[in-house]
Write a protein that binds this ligand. Structure first.
Ligand code: PLP
Length: 473
């Protein structure tokens, strides 16, 4: 493809995306086709001769788009949002076009330096503690996901707890990581990958109402483990748990970690974005105790997947834990010690120029524009929660400090499962579920950029009409 051919095809692709966004509201949110429908529509092998881009766009229309779950759809309320936006797509397009591999400062100086500055900009936008800024010992990096951030934090914590002698499974089995029973599944996965095995994680009980980690239970677990010869390595506290957006109390958890020399990682994958708004920073109280912190701009901050922002207070310790320097990567800039080589801040060697999409997003919206987006989501969720609260058939299952509302029909699980299926079957909206204290619970997460009051009112209408008429029993 010549640059001129690319220009023409590129215009057509951008048009296609713009049309897709403009027609989202008219599409069913989810595909109703059975598994295998997409594969059955594809040729068995690749074409022998090249095809024009028009052919691919036609297949996008007929084969792919109708069989998607449309995450940008204004009726998408499932999981947590995975925002994208025009500026994010354009920044990503530039990254793809440049094709830079930013493993070292020397392999793309602007790739590294823009990323460092973007993470400082984000830290300022969220008012993160000074210890995470690159001006001091700390700094930030883009990971592909919060899962990777947790894995990296685990490796640093093991490095620290073992006095820099962590050699992995079979050598040391006495290490343990703590998170609440509501901690994300990626924590257990990180601990498995790090070689700590099934006993490597200890789940701490939560407050039955707030669903936040109990500091007293954490302290008791750490003290009991220490008495038994187990080394407490890391606590993963969550700001905005995946199930219900519970906020673990960092002001109490932090001092416990400090007292016992335990690494504190804070996972704010979803809710961290809310901290662009000063009035939504309550979850970050006590964050200055944290050794590392991450949140996903790719969830609620208008930045397309993948983009997890991860900060550490001690970048030197992080690099020590992860660096392996083969001869073929040696270079003068690295040896000077004056540059960051982000390969040492992550699991893979290679990395894309992801800072570009953040740069485009931050400049297009400005911090005020991002605040508007977050506040709109919070207000829409509150509007929905008011409807739930006003209807005796329903109960709110947990507080809704951000833009997720957890609710259910009072009574047994069965009618709740049927309600979810009926509402999703409309094709107009998509919600997912969780279990809270063992009970089937519906989750409504607001966050798609196109969602308005009318969409929230529509989803409540659908729910209200599909629900049994009277209160149970
Ligand atoms: C979504 C989520 C994750 C995982 O996010 P990825 O970026 O997809 O790995 C981790 N922790 C919490 C609290 C989450 O909500």
């Amino acid at each position: 493809m010549t640059p001129e051919e690319f220009r023409q095809a590129g215009y057509a692709v951008v048009d296609w995306i713009a049309d897709y966004w403009a027609t989202l509201d008219q599409r069913p949110v989810t595909s109703q086709d059975p598994p295998g429908a997409v594969a059955a529509g594809l040729p068995a092998g690749p074409p022998a001769q090249g095809e024009p881009v028009e052919a691919m766009l036609a297949d996008l229309d007929t084969l792919i788009a109708p069989r998607l779950t449309h995450w940008q759809h204004p009726g998408f309320f499932g999981y947590f949002p995975a925002n994208t936006s025009g500026p994010s797509v354009l920044g990503d397009l530039v990254s793809s076009g440049l094709g830079v591999q930013g493993m070292l400062w020397a392999s793309g100086p602007a790739c590294t330096e823009l990323e460092t500055v973007m993470l400082d900009w984000l830290a300022e936008a969220l008012d993160l503690p000074a210890r995470f800024r690159s001006a001091g010992a700390g700094g930030g990096v883009i990971q592909d996901s919060a899962s990777s951030a947790t894995l990296v934090a685990t490796l640093v914590a093991l490095h620290r707890a073992s006095g820099g002698r962590w050699r992995g499974v079979g050598v040391d089995r006495r290490y343990r990581v703590y998170t609440s029973t509501e901690g994300h599944s990626s924590i257990e996965k990180a601990i498995r990958i790090a070689g700590l095995g099934a006993d490597g994680v200890r789940l701490i009980e939560v407050d039955p109402v707030t669903r936040a980690m109990s500091p007293a239970a954490l302290r008791a677990a750490i003290e009991a483990d220490r008495a038994a010869g187990v080394v407490p390595v890391m606590v993963v506290a969550t700001v905005g748990t995946t199930s219900t957006t519970a906020v673990d109390p960092l002001p109490q958890i932090g001092p416990i970690c400090a007292e016992h020399g335990v690494f504190l990682h804070v996972d704010a994958a979803y809710a961290g974005a809310a901290a662009v708004c000063p009035e939504l920073r309550f979850g970050h109280a006590g964050l200055a105790y944290a050794d590392s912190y991450c949140f996903d701009p790719h969830k609620w901050l208008l930045t397309g997947f993948d983009c997890d922002a991860f900060w550490v207070a001690d970048a030197g310790e992080l690099v020590e834990a992860l660096t392996v320097l083969p001869e073929f990567l040696r270079n003068a800039a690295t040896e000077s010690g004056a540059v960051i080589d982000y390969r040492d801040w992550q699991v893979p060697l290679g990395r894309r120029f992801r800072a570009l999409k953040l740069w485009f997003v931050l400049r297009w919206y400005g911090v005020e524009g991002l605040r508007e987006h977050i506040r709109r989501g919070v207000a829409l969720a509150a509007r929905f929660a008011d409807r739930v609260r006003a209807d005796d058939r329903f109960e709110l299952v947990a507080p809704h400090p951000y833009a997720l509302v957890c609710f259910r029909l009072r009574g047994p699980d069965g009618p709740n499962e049927q309600l979810l299926a009926a509402v999703n079957g409309s094709g107009r909206v998509y919600l997912t579920h969780t279990r809270v204290a063992g009970r089937h619970t519906l989750r409504l997460a607001v966050g798609a950029p196109q969602t308005t009051e009318a969409h929230v009112d529509e989803v409540w209408e659908l729910i209200s009409r599909a629900a049994p008429v009277g209160p149970p029993g």
